[in-house]
Design a protein around this ligand. Structure first.
Ligand code: BG6
Length: 487
């Protein structure tokens, strides 16, 4: 029988409130939590269990995708207690260990410990070290470490961090969260391809002209100036989320693949990425920063006018990249990837443009009409659309696009954190980033970081509320392509 203590560092933080408690609540309602289960929330300040429970309750009521049921919520809250802890104080970990042991004594079955680090990356090493030094790591059953991004600031710091964590946890015990891997559509990508011969047959350079992966956001830097100005879009979104989307889309998996196979294939994709170097970064990467503009009819400030951002900051709030995977399936297919803040719309999507046999055989210049597209909408809406071409019955000379659409009902779709936390309980690492992937993505990104630091890639400004810098259009135009579905 499974009995697990969920030890949550950063229990009073934003992520815990917005994502972790609502996710745990929904898992609880669905009967998916371990039979014996307890959460110990940790934070610097002292609280009674009751005050802590009330804050958990409030976050569930505010952020859960399902309306909270009063009596279920009361039952749920009984599994929460609090412990004040200073991350640097070893004696606090001893106190925590006592509390964990006390809860375990009341549980039946083998007791496991899941440590969730919902804190800044500067604390990861210290916490992992103190977990080991205090004996908290000596669980009767399994122990696992769930860790949020960012994992390092560049290749070297990521390697150093990993070396430190490895002193306290083995690789198979480390669950590196990339919440994009928890998005339901991302989890479905591989199965869609594998279980539909029509897609499977088309999934290569033979039929695909190019692939466009977009994660555009309407928000700006928000209250995170201190963090964001040091990382930019390249570290905040590209090195992790965007490259994960690329890997999940391009895998060719044998049937019934285990998590080891998935991870092996992901690694192969990164290894096959054409590397960038000093001399070609500028021709493959567009770096942007939002200037003042208009969003939903209202004027919005430019990045350097945001509170906390230095006036002359050259930080990237937008990045577009052209990548190529040098393997037999994908050789010759450009992958265009872009992400940015303060853009025209919030949309994470993948557009696959198929090669256009029609283009050669017809005289039309209107590319829009004859494109054959497959569109995966990942968030905020989840959907799949096929754009096919047919003849316009009103005008026989013209082609007309038709759309075959599937869109799911948002409320029924589990949140990314629900599936990821459940997988961590169940010991399924498939949708977590393995160290090999993290290291290889930093390796690929490092020449870009160097070029940005040396200012050898121009910084293009784009008005807030737009689709990004013009230079990103040119990046595609060189190959005769253009971004699809821009507003
Ligand atoms: C986070 C980034 O990882 O992802 C944020 O730190 C970004 O800057 C967020 O806003 C986007 O996530 P989502 O799920 O809203 O696309």
């Amino acid at each position: 029988m499974e009995a697990t203590t969920f030890v949550l560092f950063g229990a009073t933080g934003d992520l815990a409130k917005r994502k972790i408690y609502p996710a745990l609540y929904n898992l609880f309602i669905d009967g998916k939590l371990p039979e014996s289960f307890h959460v110990i929330g940790l934070g610097r300040r002292s609280f009674s269990d009751e005050v802590y429970q009330a804050s958990v309750q409030q976050s569930v009521q505010t952020f859960s995708r399902r309306t909270a049921d009063e009596s279920e919520l009361q039952r749920f809250m009984q599994s929460f207690s609090y412990c004040a802890l200073n991350i640097d104080h070893q004696e606090d970990y001893k106190k925590l260990l006592e509390q964990v042991q006390q809860k375990e004594a009341a549980m039946t079955g083998t007791t496991n410990r899941l440590f969730y680090l919902s804190v800044g990356p500067e604390f990861f090493e210290t916490i992992a070290h103190n977990i080991k030094a205090s004996g908290l790591g000596d669980a009767q059953g399994w122990k696992r470490l769930v860790i949020e991004k960012p994992f390092g600031h560049d290749l070297l710091s990521a390697q150093q961090l990993n070396a430190k964590l490895s002193e306290s946890f083995e690789e198979h015990e480390i669950y590196r969260i990339d919440h994009y891997l928890g998005k339901p559509m991302v989890q479905k990508l591989e199965i869609l391809q594998q279980s539909n011969p029509v897609l499977q047959a088309l999934w290569s350079n033979r039929y695909i002209a190019n692939v466009q992966i977009t994660a555009s956001e309407t928000v700006g830097v928000e209250e995170r100036a201190g963090y964001y100005d040091h990382v930019g879009a390249i570290r905040d979104m590209f090195q992790n989320h965007m490259l994960q989307l690329l890997m999940m889309l391009t895998l060719h998996l044998p049937e019934n693949s285990t998590s080891e196979v998935v991870r092996f294939k992901k690694k192969k994709i990164l290894e096959a990425l054409e590397p960038l170097h000093k001399d070609n970064v500028a021709t493959h990467i567009v770096r942007g920063q939002y200037a003042a503009g208009t969003q939903s009819g209202k004027p919005v400030a430019g990045y350097t006018e945001e509170p906390g951002i230095p006036a002359g900051s050259m930080n990237d709030t937008y990045i577009a990249a052209k990548l190529e995977i040098d393997d037999p399936f994908w050789r010759g297919v450009p992958f265009y990837i872009r992400t940015g803040k303060r853009m025209a719309e919030k949309s994470t999507r993948i557009v696959i443009e198929f090669k256009e046999a029609l283009k050669q055989s017809t005289k039309t210049q209107d590319n829009n009409r004859i494109a054959n597209l497959l569109i995966y909408e990942i968030s905020p809406n989840e959907g799949i659309t096929f754009q096919l071409n047919t003849r316009d019955p009103q005008n026989k000379e013209q082609f007309k696009p038709i759309h075959i659409d599937f869109h799911s009902n948002g409320d029924e779709v589990p949140e990314a954190y629900e599936s990821l936390i459940l997988d961590a309980f169940n010991g399924d690492p498939t949708f977590f980033a393995h160290w090999d992937e993290v290291e290889l993505s930093w390796k690929w990104v490092q020449p870009i970081l160097n070029a940005f630091a040396e200012q050898s890639v121009p910084l293009h400004y784009y008005p807030a509320g737009s689709n990004g810098p013009k230079a990103a259009e040119e990046l595609l135009a060189q190959n005769g392509h253009h971004w699809w579905l821009d507003r």
